[in-house]
Structure formats: structure tokens, C-alpha cells
Design a protein around this ligand. Structure first.
Ligand code: TRP
Ligand code: SF4
Length: 328
């Protein structure tokens, strides 16, 4: 199977991104699927950002992905802006995209409502560029969060429209890819209420220092009733326990749950255990990340090699596209 997915360089990768997306990417890669993963820097230009720090953020994201298990020898890892076909196909698809359908995009409405004085055309046509990202490589599956379902639906619509309009009936150019949401895990933030996100500032970074992580964990929300009444707690409604389920061995989970229900353990104690197990998983990723960041030119080189492969693949698609649409 061929798999494709992208991630925006909008700041440091956190546990929500890791369990919601990257973990799944690595799993698919290690199952032997043919994977294309890219950093969607053009999409990240649709909201205000600092151009001076962007190249550094892209390199950090690449290093984090590699440290977390994306293997550039197995997968094609590249940066969107280094592959011109993405913007080329985006224009052609924009001439097929129904205006009304783009107006109904939930993400567009949310982002433009959140920032009404900064609504640019790119924010509006964002899903068309995303469709181009996907269709160029003809993947079978696109693993994304549930919030991207509508964009993938449009991707299929555009594939279908292009095939119908420009291809012989028995020789469609684009494949309508399936969306893969199944195994993603939703991670709540430090507040225990909203999903982990940079915009809520309730996240733990994947490569944050041990000290910073403990400082955050120490203050993380627990079962609120337990804190109020100093009674036995209910691990099922405690977000710290939800994290135990991600990081701690099952025996430890059982023992902590029991200790919580009978008030035999305190929350700080419980968090310390979590911290130990979290660190056992995060420390090797963090170390690998710092090792990679000591040689930024090597990361650039890896990304260039990925871009070469992606350019080859996508340019071949573009040549067919231009022929089909009647370019000279
Ligand atoms: N829009 C996606 C997100 O914010 C990122 C993305 C861009 C993407 N292009 C893509 C994901 C193509 C999958 C396929 O998460
Ligand atoms: Fe949550 Fe652990 Fe405290 Fe129970 S003991 S409320 S699971 S932090």
C-alpha cells in the first residue's frame, strides 16, 4: 500500500501530535508500507508567522520526526515547498473546485472567525493545495486526524472531477484515496479538559527537557473531586491516569488505579510514577533529537534526498496532467 501524510511546521511537536499522528506513521512505515511524509510549510503560511524563525522550525520538526521513528531510508521525507508540483497542481485543481464547497469548510470558518482581520485567499484555498499534495502521489491511504476528514472528502471530489472531465473512462489519472482515522489516540492537555494543543498552551513537547516536563506534570489537572475532598479518587475521570495508559506498563496501571480508588496513594506520587515511565519512552527520542540537531546540514541533506524522490514522482504526474488539460 502507498501511504501519504503531511504535518505543518507550526511549533514544537507535542504528545498529542505524537500519539494522534506520528506514532501511526511510524507503525505503517515499519509494517513495510510505501510511505511519503512531508512538512506542509506552504499550508503554514496561511496564518501569520515569523519568516525569520521558520527555517529553524522546519529543521527541528524534521529532526523530531526522525527521532520519533520516521526513517528516511524507508520513507520519503520531504518539505512541501521544495517540490514545485504541489503548487502547480493546486492551480489546476482550483479551476475545478466548487466555490460553495470551500465556503462550507469547517476549518476555514473556524480559522477566519478566530482572526477576522487576517483572512487571506490562501486560507480559503488551503484544502485545494492539500488535495494536490495527496493526488500527486496516488496514495491508497491518507492517515490524518478526524478534523481533516472534510479536506479528504474534497480531495476525492476533485480527483473524481478531474478524471471525469479530462481522462478516458477506462484510464483515470487520479486515485480516490481512503482516509485512515482508525488507530489514532486522542490526548487531552494538562488542563484535563481540552485536547492537547499549542493554541491552548496545555501541551507537553515530545522533546522537551526532563525538568520542564516534570514542572508541567506537577501542576497537571487530576480528578477534581479527589482534590476537593481528599477522598479516594476515580482514575477513570483523571487525565493523569489516561496518560498512565499511554506510558506505564499494565501492572503499574492496575496498581495505581487501585491506589487511587482507595486513597492509598497521593496524586504527586502517582505523577512521579507516570513521569518515570514517560521518561523511559521520551528520553531516547529526546537524545536522538539533540544528536541530529548538532548536525543541521545532515538534516538538510536528508530532506534534499527526500525532495529529489518526491520531485521525480510528482513531476511524472504533472506531465500527464498538463497533457490531459490541453497545455501545449
Ligand atoms: N492540513 C493538514 C493538517 O493540518 C496537513 C496536511 C497538509 C496534510 N497537506 C496534507 C495531511 C496532505 C494529509 C495529506 O493536519
Ligand atoms: Fe489521578 Fe493518580 Fe491522583 Fe488518582 S492518584 S486522581 S489517578 S493523579
Amino acid at each position: 500500500m502507498r501511504i501519504l501524510s503531511g504535518i505543518q511546521p507550526s511549533g514544537q511537536l507535542h504528545l498529542g501530535n505524537y500519539f494522534g499522528a506520528i506514532y501511526n506513521w511510524v507503525r505503517l512505515q515499519n509494517k513495510g508500507e510505501e510511505c511519503f511524509f512531508f512538512i506542509a510549510d506552504l499550508h503554514a503560511q496561511t496564518v501569520p508567522y515569523d519568516a525569520a524563525t521558520r527555517p529553524g522550525i522546519i529543521l527541528e520538526l524534521a529532526a523530531t520526526l526522525i527521532a520519533a521513528g520516521v526513517d528516511p531510508k524507508k520513507s520519503t521525507l520531504f518539505v512541501q515547498s521544495q517540490v514545485p508540483a504541489h503548487t502547480q497542481l493546486s492551480w489546476i485543481l482550483s479551476c475545478l473546485a466548487p466555490f460553495g464547497e470551500l465556503e462550507r469548510m469547517v476549518q476555514f470558518k473556524e480559522k477566519s472567525d478566530a482572526n477576522p482581520q487576517a483572512v487571506n485567499v490562501g486560507l480559503f484555498t488551503y484544502p485545494i493545495l492539500q488535495a494536490a499534495d495527496v493526488l500527486l502521489y496516488r496514495p491508497d491511504m491518507v492517515p490524518v486526524g478526524i478534523d481533516q476528514a472534510q479536506h479528504l472528502e474534497l480531495t476525492r471530489t476533485l480527483a473524481h472531477k478531474f478524471n471525469n472531465r479530462f481522462c478516458p473512462a477506462d484510464e483515470p489519472l487520479f486515485k480516490e484515496p481512503q482516509t485512515l482515522h482508525s488507530t489514532t489516540i486522542k490526548v487531552l492537555g494538562l488542563d484535563g479538559q481540552r485536547k492537547m494543543s499549542k493554541s491552548f498552551n496545555n501541551y507537553i513537547g515530545l522533546v522537551e527537557s526532563e525538568e520542564a516536563i516534570w514542572e508541567k506534570l506537577r501542576h497537571a489537572a487530576t480528578d477534581p473531586a479527589r482534590v476537593r475532598r481528599a477522598d479516594p479518587g476515580n482514575p477513570d475521570i483523571c487525565n493523569v491516569f489516561a496518560w498512565h495508559k499511554l506510558f506505564s506498563p499494565v501492572e503499574v496501571q492496575g496498581e495505581r488505579a487501585e491506589g487511587c480508588r482507595t486513597a492509598r496513594i497521593g496524586c504527586i506520587d502517582c505523577k512521579k510514577t507516570l513521569f518515570t515511565h514517560m521518561n523511559a519512552i521520551l528520553a531516547p527520542i529526546r537524545e536522538r533529537y539533540h544528536e541530529l540537531m548538532r548536525q543541521p546540514d545532515d538534516i538538510r541533506q536528508v530532506l534534499e534526498e527526500g525532495a529529489i524522490r518526491a520531485r521525480k514522482e510528482s513531476a511524472a504526474t504533472m506531465e500527464k496532467v498538463y497533457n490531459l488539460v490541453g497545455a501545449l
